[in-house]
Design a protein around this ligand. Structure first.
Ligand code: C5P
Length: 211
């Protein structure tokens, strides 16, 4: 079984995807981390993330980079959103994601285009959203828990800019798949959001697939 979890930054999709993976006993891939690694590598190479050639070269990042705590920073998230605009970068990362999704037994992947591009055949698709205010507050608490100094206003502005870039790009924009179940987590506590996601996947598994 493939479960696709898509949605904007800090919507809760990562938490939900991890919980679904644990609940259904499936491996999980956070695909945003791959784009973050490309953005970070581009910076380390001294390249311009808006330049398609420099961004594509950064797709050859070493595996060890995926463990770099700097990948979780807001700055790297911004770089990821810039390199992810280039179709060549998306193509370079496609195979790895598709192979993960189609491994025997299935998988859970979270990102922006899992249900639309990477695994349109997924048996269950969730599109997780939350208001900008709720997402900015969550990200703020997360950042402060990690000891990162950043204001709520700066986070909200960054989220809005990334949303706009992710939604308006030509290739694989952030959009819900036709057969995705929407889940708004603005008013939900962590455990409530997880329970709702599990219920949505179980309900989907009981239904015939949409073709
Ligand atoms: O989800 P996360 O915030 O880690 O993703 C960082 C950036 O990577 C996103 O803003 C988005 O631009 C890009 N991304 C993407 N497609 C994915 C996952 C992430 O374009 N499947």
């Amino acid at each position: 079984m493939i479960i696709a979890v898509d949605g904007p930054t800090a919507s809760g999709k990562g938490t939900i995807a991890k919980a679904l993976a644990a609940h259904f006993g499936l491996p999980h891939l956070d695909t945003g981390l791959l784009y973050r690694a490309v953005g970070r590598q581009c910076l380390l190479d001294g390249g311009d993330p808006d330049d398609a050639v420099a961004a594509l070269a950064a797709c050859a990042f070493p595996e060890s980079l995926l463990l770099d705590p700097e990948l979780r920073s807001e700055a790297t998230g911004g770089l990821a959103s810039r390199v992810s605009v280039h179709p060549t970068v998306r193509r370079a990362l496609y195979e790895r994601q598709h192979a993960f999704a189609t491994q025997p037994g299935g998988a859970v992947l979270d990102g922006r285009d899992i249900g639309t591009v990477i695994a349109p055949e997924a048996e269950a698709k969730l599109f997780v959203t939350a208001s900008v205010e709720a997402r900015a507050k969550r990200r703020y608490l997360e950042m402060h828990a990690q000891g990162r100094e950043i204001t709520l206003e700066a986070i909200a502005a960054d989220l809005a800019a990334r949303d706009e870039r992710d939604r308006s790009r030509k290739d694989a924009p952030l959009v819900a798949a036709r057969d995705a179940v929407p889940l708004d987590t603005s008013e939900l506590k962590r455990e409530e959001a997880i329970a709702a996601a599990i219920a949505a996947v179980e309900a989907r598994l009981d239904q015939p697939a949409v073709t």
